[in-house]
Ligand binder design. Structure first.
Ligand code: VGL
Ligand code: ZN
Length: 175
């Protein structure tokens, strides 16, 4: 069986200076790069929040977020501090204008990609702990993957602790 590292939405718009900045979002880089380069994963995946310009989660469309991670814009690019040379595949999420698309499993084919490669265990890091990291990890647990979340590799919009507790209750390992 195989293990994958999933780096959730480590993008410019979720880092300081971006459109929807997560406090200290850029501070995960060192831990994430160390994990990606550790050789402990058979597959390293980076997800991108990848919204159409009229995504329903944007305030202009009646949603709750400022416009962020619009497909093809600099804000939607992976953060430059992420060592791309260790990333095997990029998975784009949040493309359906009508769906929140917080989870990297929503409409992406990620579960099939992982199963094809025999992955049964996921290590999850990235941004934001309380939205896309949480929803991705909860979906992974529901789908039957073992899930480990690295505290040093996540940051939240409203903090991380509540989401990490919820993930532990749902069966994830938090370290
Ligand atoms: C996210 C809010 C809106 C995330 C994405 O990546 O956690 N949060 N879109
Ligand atoms: Zn989004």
């Amino acid at each position: 069986m195989a293990r994958a590292l999933v780096i959730v939405d480590f993008q410019n718009d979720f880092c300081p200076g971006g459109a929807l900045p997560v406090p200290e979002g850029d501070r995960i880089a060192e831990h994430v790069n160390a994990l990606a380069g550790s050789g402990a994963h058979d597959l390293v995946i980076a997800t991108r929040d990848w919204h159409p310009p009229d995504h329903g989660s944007f305030r202009e469309q009646g949603g709750i977020w400022p416009q962020h991670c619009v497909q093809g814009t600099p804000g939607a690019e992976l953060h430059p501090a992420l060592d791309r040379s260790k990333v095997h595949a990029v998975v784009d999420k949040g493309q359906d204008p009508q769906a929140d698309g917080y989870s990297a499993f929503e409409g992406t084919g990620l579960a099939e990609m992982l199963r094809e490669r025999g992955v049964d265990e996921l290590e999850v890091v990235g941004l934001a702990t309380d939205y896309c990291v949480k929803n991705t990890a909860l979906d992974a647990l529901r789908l039957g993957f073992r899930v480990k979340v690295h505290r040093a590799g996540v940051r939240g919009l409203e903090g991380s602790e509540r989401a990490l507790e919820e993930l532990e209750r749902a069966g994830a390992t938090v370290s």
